[in-house]
Design a protein around this ligand. Sequence first.
Ligand SMILES: [Zn+2]
Length: 311
Amino acid sequence: MSDLTVITHPDCAKYHPAEGHPERPERLAAAMRGIEQLDSVNMIEARPVESIDLARVHTPDYLQMIETIARKVVDTGQIQILDRDTHAAPGTLPAANLAAGAACQAVDHATGKQPNTAFAVVRPPGHHAESNKAMGFCYFNNIGVAAAYAKTKPSIQRVVICDFDVHHGNGSEEMFSDHPDVLFISSHQHPLYPGTGHGELPSADNIVNFSLPPGSGSNQFRDAWQHHLLPTIDQFKPDLILVSAGFDAHWRDPLAQLDLKDEDYYWIGHQLKKLSRTHCKGELVAALEGGYDLKALTDCTLAFAEGISSS
Ligand SMILES: [Zn+2]
């Protein structure tokens, strides 16, 4: 059996936030074109998330509000506005349920009898969603839901969320700030949306932000991880590594200017996999976040998936 399990669902492509919106249905097929180039993958169909799993990181009021919005979308067939750039169209909330469910399934597959690597290739993304707020194209914080779910397993006490999406994962930081058993590690461009995560201002000791200026490129990105972020994970000795895998720091991406190349995503995947072998029996969970140039999304998904499957 392959060392890599991919969890996805065609319904993750069955919603369209708005004309010209960068978080568009074609992103799913683009990412899957990367996965299809791998020699061997264990493919699993995503299931909707359980409400108990959402409730560990999202507030009851927020979940109630999302349910009301979902009903309104079904009743009216109209798009509902949750935030400036975050809309609920027909199909959005079923896809959000599948995306968060896939992240939990990824935990089950990674931490099962055979330690494994599991990648939820889904949309919508999740890392901007806070405990009580949808924002930045995100509704449920998929990797946050997965991290809290993982900690219900007796063998998993300490987890790290590694986030190399070009945008700061403000939702993940907000959810886990001051949770000493969860380390949140992020590299991101600054200044850029959402404007949080500037390196000098972590909200708690378990939060490590490394901001990079526009135009940084491969060397500064790799230096940040090699000399600061990877050693911090190593010292933390996690029981599971979770990854917010966004590919919008690539040079082709229209939303940012960090200028990474395909091979940087192989590199970071390989480094994280090495750490998971040292501390977590090779168990690693990833969930797709951003990435808005379709060719870069295909190539980076392939490169990263090869990195996390490498020996
Ligand atoms: Zn992003």
